[in-house]
Each structure stands twice: as C-alpha cells, then as structure tokens.
Design a protein around this ligand. Structure first.
Ligand SMILES: CC(C)(COP(=O)(O)OP(=O)(O)OC[C@H]1O[C@@H](n2cnc3c(N)ncnc32)[C@H](O)[C@@H]1OP(=O)(O)O)[C@@H](O)C(=O)NCCC(=O)NCCS
Length: 426
C-alpha cells in the first residue's frame, strides 16, 4: 500500500457516498482519519445484524481508517479540527447543504488555514442552482440523474438499480477529482475545492442514454427491442436491451428460478455460428440464412422474435450449460450471478474480491475486496475502526497534544456528545 503513502485525509464523510471514496484511498495507502461526530456515523447503528456491534453497513465502507470523535459544536472541538486541517493533505465531507458553513468552516476559511489542502465535497445537487438546498440519498440521485426513467420495462414503473451508482458512483468520481487536485497541489502548492454532485455523477453514468436522447430527434432507435420513433422526446425504458451497437438480452434458462438467466450478446460476428448451433435444435436448420435474421438490420427489426427463438433453445439448458455451449462459439455471455453465486465463486475468491476479516465486536465477517489492482501497491484490507478507537493516538501522535491538554479538552466536552438537557415540566 505505497501509492498514497504519506497522504493524510481528514475524512468527515458519513453514510456511503463519502466513505466509499475514502476507503478506496485508504486501500491505496492514504492515512484516513475518520473524523466523527461523538454519536458516530449514523450507519454504525443502521441495519444492525449483531447486537451492539457496528453494522455491516458501516464496517464494509470504513476499512483501513482511524476513527476520532470530535464535537465540532465546542470551541475545543473546532480547534482540533483546525489543527488537523493544518496537518492534512485532503479534507472531505458529504454533509447536507450548508452544514460545514454553519459550523464556521467555509472552503475559503479552510483554504486560509491550509492553502495546500484539497477539499472534497459531495452534495446531492452541488452548491449552485435551484436544487442546491436539497438533501439526497442514493435513490433520489438515481431518480434525478436519469437512471430510473431509463431502467425497467416501458409498461412498468421506473426502477432503481442495485448498483449504488448515486452513492458509490459519486464516491468514485470524487476520488478521481481529489487525486487530480492533489497532483496540482504538489506542483503549485495550492489546494482547491473539488465538488461532485450525486445528480451529476448519475448523469455521467447515464451518458449513453443522452446519446439516444439526441438520436431520437433524427430517427427511431433501431437497436431497441421496444418501440421508438423520431421525435419521441424521452428515451424509453428498454428492459435488458444491450444499449450498444450489438444486440443483447437476458435469456431465461432451466430450471427457471429467479437468477437462472444468461445474458448474451448476439455480436454481429457470431450470428452465423450461433444460428447454426441453435437452429437445428429448435426446428430451424436454416436459421443462419433465414432472411428475417441474416443481416444485423433484419435482426434489429425482428429482435423480439430472435429472443423468443434463443429462449426456446435455452429451455433445455441451465445458465452454466448454455454458457458452455456459447463459449466455444465466441458468443459474449455471462450468467446472472446472485450474491450467493458470487460469495462462493472461485474466480471472485482468486481475485480477492470477497475477503474475510475479523472484528472485535462482531467476529468474522466478509467484505467486497479492492477492485483496483495496483501492481506495486497491492491493497491490504484491514477491519474498520470502532467509534473513537484512535482519538488519543491521533491527538498525541498527529497533533502532538500532551496528556494534560487532552484531559482538559475531554473535560470541556471536545470528544463527547453533550448530555441531553432534561425537558422542563409543563
Ligand atoms: C445524507 C444526508 C441526507 C444526511 O442528512 P442528516 O442526517 O440530516 O445530516 P446532515 O449532514 O445534514 O447534518 C449533520 C449534522 O451533524 C452535525 N455534525 C456533523 N459532524 C459533527 C461533529 N463532528 N460534531 C458536532 N456536530 C456534527 C452537523 O453540524 C449537522 O448538524 P446541524 O443540522 O445542526 O447543522 C445529508 O448529509 C446529505 O444530503 N448529504 C449530501 C448528499 C450525500 O452525500 N448523500 C448520500 C449519503 S450516502
């Protein structure tokens, strides 16, 4: 983990969008100090599966970080923040609109404290424009960034996708921005503000749908299996269509359970071999030369029928058997893998994408591994920190505070939640 060795990140981020970014940077070797409200990141207690233990929601997004709890609503807590800003290369946050400003720390203020620092902010909709004041969660971003309106089938409701493109997708965008800004700071000595709006990130991931949006002004979308026409205006939901120049779809296989599907791409180059293999079995020995399918244009026109024929062939085969038939023909395809399939898959295990860890509160658990493989900086995945586990360590060894100073700050409530004021009797 050498790539980001020596880079310190003051990570005020919470929930998923920010933590997913800082976890990746920690896996590349950065020293990530998770700067938490004394009550802790809310996800520590959300969707708990083991009583009194940090939830998987938290542990899976906060590996290889140190945790320090600081009450930013005290003068002492603010001082700790200022001191850490001076000692960090990056500060990052994904609070609701205006939260950090209300705490007294605008970007201008942070820049003044440490001109070299790079600041990363995730907001639902950015800091400008009519939506700037709105909070956002994953599915709000999917709704507003174009993903939901283009996912599902035309006659059904819009759908969210299980991949967390609003949160984790935005975290990835932020990581790229932070590394670019860090590079510039190394050259110029000047940090900068890096902002990623979740809505913008989702739009970026839906880029091909905006390609189709513009094509619709001139033509129908011939590769779509659902009806389209020039001037349609909105890109329709197109089920499992491939969305690219090659036709693709999910084919239902034996024994027809929820995940007994194989996604196949009927690439132009493989049609003849595919048709010659499946045609005889479905009573169409001349499928390859059938005028309804012999050119890509015809296959596009008769797409629903083509999928019906391929589905008919698949009725007798499991998804793995069908894949084995298609692999030698060079047909790009992949079984729909369930979480169970993936958690037990040899390929996944071999690539260290499903990693076993230990945790003092919850015992053995598993995390999804590091998807970016750096040859000279392999990630070594370590468990997430317990709440405030490294508060003293950071105060002493990063900030150089002595025991007396730490004790007096503790006394002043710098690292704890203020006791609740009892409600006055009516
Ligand atoms: C995710 C989100 C909706 C959660 O909303 P929320 O739970 O109301 O949390 P907020 O970020 O708005 O507010 C955090 C509060 O904790 C307080 N807080 C945070 N860190 C603190 C600390 N170290 N010490 C004291 N108080 C702290 C803030 O001051 C703020 O209090 P305020 O409301 O009095 O200003 C919101 O943070 C958001 O929209 N974030 C940007 C978009 C985003 O990242 N969404 C995806 C999350 S996966």
């Amino acid at each position: 983990m050498e790539a980001l060795k020596g880079i310190r990140i003051l990570d005020m981020s919470h929930v998923q969008a920010g933590p997913t970014c800082s976890q990746l940077l920690a896996w590349m070797g950065a020293d990530v100090i998770k700067f938490e409200n004394p009550a802790g990141d809310a996800t520590r207690g959300q969707l708990r599966d083991v009583p009194n233990a940090d939830s998987l929601y938290f542990t899976m997004l906060n590996c290889n970080k140190r945790s320090i709890t600081v009450n930013m609503k005290t003068a002492e807590g603010k001082q700790v923040f200022v001191d850490l800003v001076k000692k960090s290369d990056i500060v990052m946050e994904n609070f609701g609109p205006g939260v950090l400003d209300r705490l007294g720390f605008t970007w201008e203020k942070i820049h003044e404290i440490n001109p070299r620092i790079v600041m990363g902010s995730i907001k639902g909709f950015g800091s400008s424009g009519p939506y700037a004041d709105f909070k956002a969660y994953e599915n709000v971003a999917q709704a507003m960034g174009g993903a939901m309106s283009t996912t599902g089938v035309p006659e059904g409701p819009p759908f969210v996708t299980g991949a967390q493109i609003g949160d984790t997708g935005t975290g990835l965008h932020l990581a790229i921005g932070l590394l670019a800004a860090l590079n510039q700071a190394n050259r110029t000595g000047q940090g900068q503000y890096v902002e990623v709006a979740m809505m913008d990130g989702v739009m970026n991931l839906c880029r091909v749908k905006f390609r189709d949006h513009q094509r619709l002004t001139r033509q129908a979308l011939s590769e779509y299996s659902v009806p389209t026409y020039q001037g349609m205006g909105e890109v329709p939901r197109a089920g499992n269509d491939s969305g690219g120049g090659q036709l693709g779809n999910a084919i239902h296989c034996r024994p027809h359970g929820a995940n007994d599907w194989l996604y196949i791409v009927v690439q132009e180059a493989v049609w003849e071999a595919l048709a010659n293999r499946i045609g005889p079995d479905i009573g169409m020995p001349n499928l390859a030369t059938d005028p309804k399918f012999h050119s890509i244009g015809e296959r596009r026109k008769n797409q629903p029928l083509m999928w019906t024929l391929i589905n008919k062939f698949a009725e007798k085969h499991t998804k793995r058997e069908f894949m084995e038939i298609l692999n030698p023909l060079n047909v790009p395809c992949g079984p729909i893998m369930s979480t169970q399939d993936l958690a037990t898959d040899e390929h996944v295990k071999g690539r260290e994408m499903w990693v076993e860890l230990d945790h003092p509160q919850r015992g053995k658990w598993w995390n999804v591994g590091m998807p970016i493989k750096l040859s000279a900086s392999p990630a070594k995945i370590e468990r997430s920190p317990t709440l405030g586990e490294h508060t003293d360590e950071v105060l002493k060894f990063v900030l150089g505070y002595d025991d007396a100073k730490i004790a007096s700050m503790k006394q002043a409530g710098a690292f704890s939640t203020p006791p609740k004021t009892p409600k006055k009797a009516a």
